[in-house]
Design a protein around this ligand. Structure first.
Ligand SMILES: Nc1nc2c(c(=O)[nH]1)N[C@@H](CN(C=O)c1ccc(C(=O)N[C@@H](CCC(=O)O)C(=O)O)cc1)CN2
Length: 287
């Protein structure tokens, strides 16, 4: 039976460390500030943004949410981003995804000041993944690393298979695992015979957005399985991995809910603190 990697407990430990770090920063006169831009009224996005605002405040940071109507023009959205870029009090800025179809997501993400890009989605940051040293790794990717490291899962020399190549999770996670010396295979919706690859994985990260994509026959005995999927099936939240069967064969597995998800918000706070430190204390010397 697999060890259950408890994301809630790991996120709680991250938050505890951060609360101390933020208290120390405040003693030096630095109170990190996070700004989140939310466009439209998607219920899930609104709920994630509320968690971000609540946790930032709980940890002693400043947080502001800019709420824009679903039909806001791209020009107005870009103007709002420019205002935050220019505001010296703002350390960290993100635009909640997905955006409505009439807005060019790439243009919007490229408009965020790369030094305030707390999601790590700006092209300049993405370019830095290739060197293994972005200012910050995207929050979910950083959360996956936190789970692996805090659970003492070795990475160097391990075969890691990532299913999915999204900007938010799949692609940066493959880059991060490579930067930690894993042997990385990236699979996606056009991969032929997915099982042939997933069965080789010592570490299997699944971020495809397809409930039940990975079953017991797709997993090697003893593998570490990280399920990033969040799918609603018959009113229930499930991942991309068939947890009930895979738990009996894997060595370790993250549940959904309660696995990677809670780390996404915790790591956003960690990224915010890092950007605040870089901007205010090192004057960017570390960049
Ligand atoms: N700008 C961004 N947009 C989006 C990101 C992101 O990192 N930056 N990630 C996701 C949404 N997301 C945070 O924004 C997020 C997703 C899931 C969770 C989470 O805690 N999930 C829980 C279940 C919660 C539920 O009941 O729905 C879990 O898995 O246990 C937090 C944040 C897309 N957009």
């Amino acid at each position: 039976m697999a060890r259950i990697l408890d994301g809630k407990a790991i996120a709680a430990a991250v938050k505890q460390d951060l609360a101390m770090e933020i208290a120390q920063l405040r003693e030096c006169g630095v109170q990190p500030k996070l700004v989140v831009v939310l466009v439209g009224d998607d219920a899930a996005s609104a709920s994630y943004v509320r968690s971000k605002e609540r946790l930032a405040r709980e940890l002693g940071m400043e947080a502001e949410v800019i709420r824009l109507a679903a039909d806001v023009s791209e020009v107005e959205l870009l103007r709002q981003i420019e205002l935050q870029n220019a505001d010296d009090a703002v350390d960290a800025l993100l635009v909640q995804l997905p955006l409505p179809d009439h807005i060019d997501t790439d243009r919007v993400l490229a408009a965020v000041d790369p030094n305030k890009d707390v999601d790590g989605f700006h092209p300049q940051n993405i370019g830095r993944y290739a060197m293994g040293s972005p200012l910050v790794w995207p929050c979910t990717t950083a959360g996956i690393l936190e789970i692996l490291v805090r659970s003492s899962v070795p990475l160097a020399g391990q075969t890691a298979v990532v299913v999915g190549r999204s900007r938010i999770v799949g692609w940066p996670t493959a880059q991060l695992l490579l930067a930690h010396n894993a042997t990385v295979v990236q699979c996606h919706s056009r991969t032929k015979d997915l099982t042939e690859f997933t069965r080789q994985a010592d570490i299997l990260v699944v971020a495809a957005g397809q409930a039940g994509l990975i079953g017991v026959d797709d997993v090697r005995e003893g593998a570490v399985v990280i399920d990033v999927g969040i799918n609603r099936v018959d009113g229930r939240l499930v991942g991309d991995v068939d947890f009930d069967s895979v738990v009996a064969k894997a060595g370790a597995i993250t549940p959904v809910p309660g696995g990677v998800g809670p780390l996404t918000v915790a790591m956003l706070m960690k990224n915010t603190v890092r950007l605040a430190r870089l901007r205010r204390l090192t004057k960017g010397d570390e960049r």
